[in-house]
Write a protein that binds this ligand. Structure first.
Ligand code: HGY
Ligand code: MN
Ligand code: MN
Length: 437
């Protein structure tokens, strides 16, 4: 596949990615944790996630990379650069999924990073800076309520207290889940990287909505990445006989929860920022018997925005609303903060590198924010980060119905590969060195 290399001052030997190999890796990964319904189940810190990491580690070795893991299960494939002691260009994403997730979320970025290195190898293109392909562990918050645990360990923002506090629906804490996989919990602080080790980080990811599809643009260049605040609400009412208890005497925890759910939607729609979104995606009712007035509800609220202040305003309004509904209905409420993340604005110069590649390749693109969270948001704390989004034909994600065209994936990986070369030059120039030969 050849791109019309226009407007470039010099015709670069474009390291061409291999579509067949890309498709093969995506197909193999789509089988790991696949359910009969076609969803992917590779939850954080499970055997399925580890199987996917083992598959990618084997492909990294085949590509001649030096492969290593760390104490939280991140997997790295390292390709040396032309000069010792330079910071690396790091590229990658995650392999874990939500329950019944899609086959492209995260995997496209990991396989894309791997393929970028293979393309450079095949065309014998050396870079000045080392290149590290990474598969982060535990990016999704689906199992434990907090996300990006692997990349947070790498930037040194993962307190052990949180690993003991957070637990899944079976009561298994993150700490226990990590230890059950044989990872040494006390060594997690050794996962931390020094910012001098990373020159730039790039994540290729599918768009998780229909923005690019609607705009008919194959590639997105991300300027800001949204973040989440997640609350766990426990509502304690009183279980009562559903036939013998008059309506005026009830303390119905589910009726209170229902009022809260609709108010969460109202607050996100009406009183918060234009990019604020909020979701009650999980709600458990006890005792859950048709003839008993619900006595207890546990519900999780996911509040997101690319603007930290607007997210905080929405969060405060929702907490006040929960207290008001509970008081008025005679319900006891408990609000637990599961996670509070900060949004990131990505570096302009890394964004410009991607834009330059798209213009040289004649690829149409759109600069846009990502409402979905990504490891690039976390990595932006450590080094200049960038994100390339691939058009999502289905406009659906976090669902087995997620579908991305292979031609768009190939284009995204080609942009990623050429961006690595562009960043290799840009990093040298930012140090005052000329373009390296
Ligand atoms: O939940 C998210 O925003 C991402 O898909 N992990
Ligand atoms: Mn996801
Ligand atoms: Mn993802």
């Amino acid at each position: 596949m050849h791109w019309p290399v226009e407007a470039a001052t010099e015709v670069l030997p474009l390291p061409e990615v291999n579509q067949r190999r890309l498709a093969q890796d995506l197909r193999m990964l789509a089988h790991i944790g696949a359910s009969p319904g076609g969803g992917i189940n590779r939850l954080a810190f499970t055997a399925e996630e580890r199987e996917a990491h083992s598959y990618v580690a084997a492909r990294m070795r085949e590509a001649g990379l030096t492969v290593r893991g760390d104490a939280i299960g991140n997997t790295f494939g390292c390709r040396p650069g032309g000069r010792e002691g330079l910071p690396a260009i790091v590229l990658g994403s995650h392999l874990d999924s939500i329950y019944e997730g899609g086959q492209f979320d995260g995997t496209v970025g990991v396989v894309g990073a791997l393929e970028a290195v293979r393309a450079l190898n095949e065309q014998n293109i050396a870079t000045l800076h080392p290149i590290i392909a990474v598969a982060f562990a535990a990016e999704e918050g689906a199992r434990f309520g907090a996300s990006n645990l692997g990349s947070r360990a790498l930037v040194g923002d993962l307190p052990q207290e949180e690993l003991r506090r957070l637990h899944d629906g079976n009561g298994t804490s993150v700490a226990v889940a990590i230890q059950q996989l044989g990872f040494p919990l006390k060594e997690i602080p050794t996962c931390r990287w020094d910012s001098r080790q990373v020159g730039a980080f790039v994540e290729l990811h599918i768009e998780q909505s229909a923005g690019l599809e609607t705009l008919r643009k194959p590639v997105g260049i991300v300027d800001a990445i949204g973040a989440a605040t997640r609350l766990r609400i426990n509502l304690i009412g009183r279980p009562d006989h559903s036939g013998a208890t008059s309506m005026s005497l009830r303390r119905d925890a589910l009726a209170a929860a229902a009022e809260i759910v609709l108010n969460v939607e109202r607050i996100a729609r009406e009183t918060a920022g234009r990019n604020t979104v909020a979701t009650v995606g999980k709600l458990n009712v006890k005792p859950g018997v048709i003839t008993v007035v619900p006595g207890e509800v546990e519900m999780d609220i996911d509040i997101r925005d690319i603007d930290a202040d607007m997210k905080d305003i929405a969060t405060s309004a929702m907490e006040a609303m929960v207290h008001e509904v509970a008081r008025r209905r005679g319900i006891q409420e408990r609000i637990e903060l599961l996670t509070h993340q900060l949004p990131s604005t990505l570096a302009m110069w890394t964004r410009e590198a991607i834009r330059g590649v798209c213009q040289e390749m004649g690829v149409d693109y759109r600069v846009l924010p990502s409402g979905a969270g990504h490891d690039a948001r976390v990595m932006a704390d450590l080094a200049p980060a960038a994100m390339i989004l691939v058009r999502n034909k289905s406009g659906i994600s976090h669902s087995p119905a997620e579908w991305v065209e292979m031609s768009d994936i190939v284009l995204g990986v080609q942009v990623l590969t050429n961006t690595v070369l562009k960043l290799d030059d840009a990093l040298a120039q930012r140090r005052g060195e000329g373009k390296h030969p």
